[in-house]
Design a binder for this molecule. Structure first.
Ligand SMILES: Cc1cc2nc3c(=O)[nH]c(=O)nc-3n(C[C@H](O)[C@H](O)[C@H](O)COP(=O)(O)OP(=O)(O)OC[C@H]3O[C@@H](n4cnc5c(N)ncnc54)[C@H](O)[C@@H]3O)c2cc1C
Length: 464
């Protein structure tokens, strides 16, 4: 057992996983969480109740030795089920031969498993309702307010991790105290989100297809639904805060809410008996991308998860990326044992460009999901891509597959190659060089040549 004391601010998804792994490694770990214990109190408050969990997250939880406890909570989603305005549906599998899927999982259940596993270790303790107010870099101490005891508390440690989400207190301290030249950006989308639901049918039956991520793409707005184990679906509406004909601001009466849903999402509307009540009760969440640098301060503090890189949810990767942070961090912890300065600087060198890339990919995917998935050109591209993936699983992976199913490819590389590949595909289809009848070996060769050309051109133009 090691003597070094480590503090983690935040017992959310990344904080709990990091705590578990550090305690497994023998450190003395204290976790401070602002909210009540979610295992004893319902604190979901209508916000991202379930999440898409995929291969990068699976890899991280496998390394922590807890994946067998998590997988039984997952519902596989094998592709996107797209619903048009006339209630026709179109299924687009995530992989060529249908062998790959993402998983729907409850945020609360997953967080509870992580905390339960962490608390089994004698060298780890979680303090709830203890909110970090600031971090003092000179004294290497975190200042908290204990909401139960109603008093302040100061805790010193060898290392302090900020796993305290998008509003991170550690990040704010780095920004304010000016101990480092700290760069920070936060970009909001004009769209927000609201969570709604489809209740389960009789005996917890699913009233819509269980094994799919449902999407109602409508250009300026979009509805999605993910299944829950009890037969219900968590439904999320992405809509502009106040711009355009329909917005969260303009949907201000029961009649307007009902007629908007009836007209835009008619099949979903029939599954939402509590629509108006939920719409009026649940909050509108904001969607933003946070980038910052540096993540660490002199081997004493490190930002991790959303605290370092919050992303919009359109690639279903925020949590997966936060879990992958822990995988990458442990590569360097195992290599440089206790040399935190070296660990953090190597970690940051590798992680920053990948975290920035998933931030950009997620914004791009917002437009793709909203506009393109129902677009005929996109459908042809996806159809040809699917055949390529099925026939040449070792030679071709779509951008989505690289991001979602290939943890061995970093987000940055997936971003560069995936975007060039998409551009190559669409150009070749538009120029009528390939279509649904072109032999696949020829398609593969043309797409590869064009992709490499695009990457080379971008490098020459210093765009990469
Ligand atoms: C609508 C929506 C849908 C999403 N869908 C997906 C998805 O499908 N797949 C996916 O991978 N990701 C998804 N995400 C992203 C995912 O939720 C986040 O990336 C993930 O929660 C990040 O985990 P974290 O532990 O870093 O931060 P958080 O989950 O935000 O946890 C931070 C923790 O720190 C605590 N805390 C905050 N401030 C303090 C303080 N001052 N002192 C002490 N404790 C503090 C908080 O209470 C919280 O428990 C979605 C996000 C949203 C908003």
């Amino acid at each position: 057992m090691k003597k070094e004391k480590i503090i983690i601010i935040g017992a959310g998804l990344s904080g709990s996983l990091l705590a578990l792994r550090l305690a497994q490694k023998g450190y003395q770990v204290e976790v401070y969480e602002a909210r009540k214990d979610l295992r004893k109190h319902d604190i979901s408050a209508g916000k991202s109740i379930n999440l898409a969990f995929s291969d990068r997250g699976i890899k991280a939880l496998t390394e922590a030795g807890i994946i067998d406890k998590v997988m039984p909570l997952c519902i596989p989603m094998k592709g996107r089920l797209i619903h048009d305005k006339d209630s026709n549906t179109f299924f687009s599998p995530y992989s060529g031969n249908g062998d790959k899927h993402i998983n729907s999982i409850s945020r609360g259940d997953l967080n509870a498993i992580l905390m339960n596993e962490a608390e089994k270790l004698p060298n780890l303790k979680i303090f709830f309702e203890t909110e970090c107010k600031k971090v003092d870099f000179k004294k290497n101490a975190a200042h908290f307010f204990d909401h139960k005891a109603k008093k302040k508390k100061k805790v010193k440690a060898t290392v302090i991790f900020g796993a305290d989400g998008a509003g991170s207190a550690l990040r704010k301290s780095m920004f304010k105290q000016r101990e480092v030249l700290f760069s920070f950006s936060q970009q909001w989308l004009k769209h927000g989100y609201k969570e709604l639901s489809f209740p389960a049918g009789e005996n917890n039956s699913f009233l819509a297809e269980k094994n799919a991520l449902h999407i109602w793409p409508r250009g300026n707005y979009m509805l999605i639904a993910l299944p829950n184990l009890d037969g219900s679906f968590t439904v999320t509406l992405f809509l502009s805060h106040q711009d355009g004909e329909h917005s969260f601001k303009s949907l201000n009466s029961a009649d307007k809410i009902k007629s908007f849903f009836k007209e835009q999402f008619p099949d979903a509307y029939t599954l939402m008996p509590n629509l108006v009540e939920e719409f009026q009760k649940n909050p509108v969440g904001a969607l933003g991308t946070i980038k910052c640098s540096p993540y660490s301060y002199k081997g004493k503090t490190l930002l991790i998860g959303d605290a370092a890189h919050a992303v919009v949810p359109f690639y279903g990767q925020g949590m997966n990326a936060s879990f992958e942070d822990v995988t990458v961090l442990f590569k360097y912890i195992n290599k440089y044992e206790d040399d935190w300065q070296k660990i953090f600087s190597e970690y940051e060198k590798e992680r920053k460009k990948d975290a920035d890339a998933i931030g950009d990919l997620a914004v791009e995917n917002f437009y793709e999901m909203r506009d393109h998935v129902a677009n005929p050109l996109f459908k042809i591209k996806r159809e040809i891509e699917r055949k390529l993936e099925a026939k040449y699983p070792n030679d071709y992976a779509s951008k989505y597959a690289m991001v979602t199913f290939n943890p061995d490819i970093g987000y940055y590389d997936a971003f560069v190659k995936g975007n060039a590949q998409d551009k190559a595909f669409l150009n070749l289809i538009e120029d009528r060089e390939i279509d649904l009848n072109t032999p696949l070996d020829l398609v593969l060769q043309k797409v590869k040549t064009k992709t490499n050309q695009i990457i080379d051109d971008d490098k020459t133009a210093h765009l990469l």
